[in-house]
Design a binder for this molecule. Structure first.
Ligand SMILES: C[S@@+](CC[C@H](N)C(=O)[O-])C[C@H]1O[C@@H](n2cnc3c(N)ncnc32)[C@H](O)[C@@H]1O
Length: 417
């Protein structure tokens, strides 16, 4: 019985951590920032898609290696068992809904309201598109991953609920605190959009990140949110269309904004014109990609960005002490991986992704946004033929080697090793 209770708690945390919102943190009120210093220059000769990694000063601690072996295999089998899926995951869902409601986030009412609106979700029709294999996997404890109405309708509800759970000090505004921390770190690193600029938000989900970018950059002319899930795009679009209605009962305020357009599309092949975009945003997206997909997306961003255009990346930081420790813990990390299939790949590949950006962009700035997350801004060269070599400015750690933002994440399960 005690074991059941413990497992159930773990499942609750798992759902909270991985249900779209990906390991939210409580933002430290005292964010200390280190001076941003150029760390190294990449030799010009190796600039095409592969930086000379020897020349990059590692300012980060050694990361845990992915686990292998029999014990790990058994754990992974247990986590894909029917007991896990049929008993613990529904229990975890129930609890996150309760957490939402207890924090004044009206999950049930919002869900029922959207479901009652006219939309293709009423027919439960399966939408047929050609999806890449990596995308067909089970994500976030949904059997159909990102390819179902449930996941799409619940994305923003779960995001708010997880924010409230992991940011007790902020309650229902936890998600806002989390996302604001990324935005501040992006602006602090020179992230900008020129007047009349075009912003593309790749992997926009139902559009939360796109709507936030629209608020952050009132001077932008157009914001295109692109996602591979037709379900997410449809829900996001419906929310924007329903927003002017007085009786909207959604879980967050949605301001109608004619500049926003949500489209179904593949971040690796956007169909956008060469050098037509000022900003490419990737918010909480690339931890869901195999590394080779992320590199494809970066190449695509490089193609569509105008000279001087920027990529913004907001993500989990496995170099941060908190996530590095979590990755050391076989049980915790296996639980995470059971709903985030490419987490190990992402954790292993972060340096390769950074090196790719340094090799192909002018400057790459990265800093801690929270105690466990980074924000990165990479600026494309103005002159593609210039001799200027890429520069990495990594200010996540201070001179003493400490991560510059305190980790104040709710550590419920980390104390349960
Ligand atoms: C965790 S969600 C992030 C949503 C959003 N950016 C936010 O911050 O709220 C990741 C999204 O990436 C999308 N995605 C995954 N692979 C993609 C691809 N190749 N092209 C476009 N979107 C993709 C998924 O469908 C999912 O909606």
């Amino acid at each position: 019985m005690r074991m059941m209770r413990e497992l159930s708690k773990v499942a609750i945390v798992l759902f909270a951590v991985t249900s779209f919102a990906d390991a939210f943190v409580i933002i430290s009120p005292q964010v200390q920032r280190a001076n941003i210093q150029p760390i190294t220059k990449i030799p010009k000769t190796v600039r095409l898609f592969a930086a000379n990694t020897d020349s990059i000063v590692r300012s980060t601690p050694t990361r845990a290696k992915p686990r292998t072996g029999l014990a790990q295999k058994l754990l992974d089998i247990a986590l894909s068992s029917p007991f896990w899926k049929l008993v613990l995951v529904p229990q975890a869902r129930k609890n996150i809904v309760q957490t939402a409601e207890a924090n004044g986030i009206q999950w049930k009412k919002s869900y029922e309201w959207l479901e009652s609106q006219k939309g293709p979700w009423q027919t439960e029709k399966k939408l047929n598109y050609d999806f890449p294999d990596y995308y067909r996997k089970e994500f976030h404890a949904y059997a159909d991953g990102n390819l179902c109405w449930n996941a799409a309708i619940e994305q923003e509800l779960a995001s708010r609920a997880v924010g409230a759970r992991n940011f007790p000090a902020h309650g229902a505004d936890g998600e806002d605190a989390f996302r604001s921390a990324f935005e501040s770190a992006i602006i602090q690193q020179g992230g900008t959009c020129p007047d009349g600029g075009i912003i593309v938000d790749l992997g926009c989900g139902t559009g939360t990140s796109t709507r936030r970018l629209a608020n952050l950059f009132p001077n932008a002319l157009k914001l295109v949110g692109m996602d591979l899930s037709p379900y997410f795009v449809q829900v996001g679009q419906s929310l924007l269309e329903l927003a002017p209605k007085k009786e909207i009962e959604w879980v967050s305020t949605i301001t109608p904004d004619d500049r926003i357009e949500l489209r179904i599309g593949d971040a690796t092949n956007t169909n956008l014109d060469d050098e037509s975009v000022d900003v490419v945003n990737l918010s909480l997206v690339i931890h869901e990609f195999p590394v080779e997909i992320t590199l494809e997306v970066c190449k695509e961003a490089l193609r569509v960005l105008k000279p001087g255009g920027q990529i913004f990346v907001s993500e989990m930081d496995f170099d941060s002490p908190a996530y590095a420790a979590q990755r050391e813990n076989a049980l915790l990390f296996s639980l995470l991986r059971s709903t985030e299939p490419y987490l190990d790949d992402y954790a292993e590949g972060c340096e390769e992704i950074r090196n790719f950006l340094v090799a192909n962009f002018d400057t790459v700035k990265i800093t801690a946004a929270t105690g466990r997350h980074y924000a990165m801004v990479a600026t494309k060269k103005v002159d593609p033929f210039s001799d200027v070599t890429g520069v990495l400015q990594d200010s996540r750690f201070n001179d003493e080697g400490d991560y510059i933002v305190n980790d104040t994440h709710l550590k419920v399960w980390e104390s349960k090793e």
